[in-house]
Design a binder for this molecule. Sequence first.
Ligand code: ZN
Length: 327
Amino acid sequence: MAALTLMRLAGLSGAALPLAAATLFVGAALAKSPKLPETVPVPVLNQSQPAQKDAPADVPLPEPRPADAPKPDQPATNEPSQKSGQHKDPRPEPSANAPRPTEKPTEAEPEAQPPPIAPQPPEKPAEAQEEKMLPDPRSADLPEGKMPDEELACRRRLKSMGVDFEEHKPEHNPEIGCSIPYPIMLKTLGKSIAIGPQTELNCEMAEAAARFAADVIQPAAKAEFGADLKSISQASAFVCRPRNGTRKLSEHAFGNALDISSFTLSDGKKIEIGPAPPEKDGKFLNAVRKAACGPFKTVLGPGADADHALHFHLDLEPRRHHGTFCQ
Ligand SMILES: [Zn+2]
């Protein structure tokens, strides 16, 4: 085909065909051999980009190359992009996911901090140990075969003041530490001053209460209200318990404290201890409370703390240098 075409183009006749065809065929063959490689380079370009088989070779070339550039900058995100393919859509997704894994570990760090707080539990057993009562030498006091002279003398003084009382069996609680070797049960604080209900105290405290009632409360009632003190209502006398909120035994645990909640006068008037008493009652109560500091070593009442909002606490707690604590 190529030889005939060349001969026709050259205008050669059929007579000269054999020689001409032979020479032209050789020449054409020689001429074609260098032309063939010129058309070949096209597939060579396609082989440089084998991944883009579907798309035409010329169009997609510039686009994927700039997109491929960020990949080496984000080595961690290359894996999901390669799995999903080389299309443009999956590429922004790994970049958006990239900050998320960094945020999660930062959130996990504060969550991992709470464990250091764990050391607190050992503190709780330490507090539980503090609940154990502090030792008090009076806890070991036990009655002897014969009542001591000081106890006998105390009872003689009570009788001389007109106090009516009964002996009570000894109090002794080794577990808590409460103890009264020679307790008495008061029926009155004097010839005309009753006290109730059942008021169990040690004799020294009973005597202090009786003297205070006769020497301070009775005159104060007479001066403020023009009436006599008829009775005293007590909220606590002997109670086997620790002091509230502490590991120390209360003076009540030794019959050494008395809580007074109200006074009743001969005209029937009742004066109750509280945070906001009537003016006249408050004046009387303040006078009694102030005078109690001294005869009693501890005086507490409304304003001291929540536990003493409704009564006067009076006790004979032994303190160094005969100190007092009055609030
Ligand atoms: Zn008390």
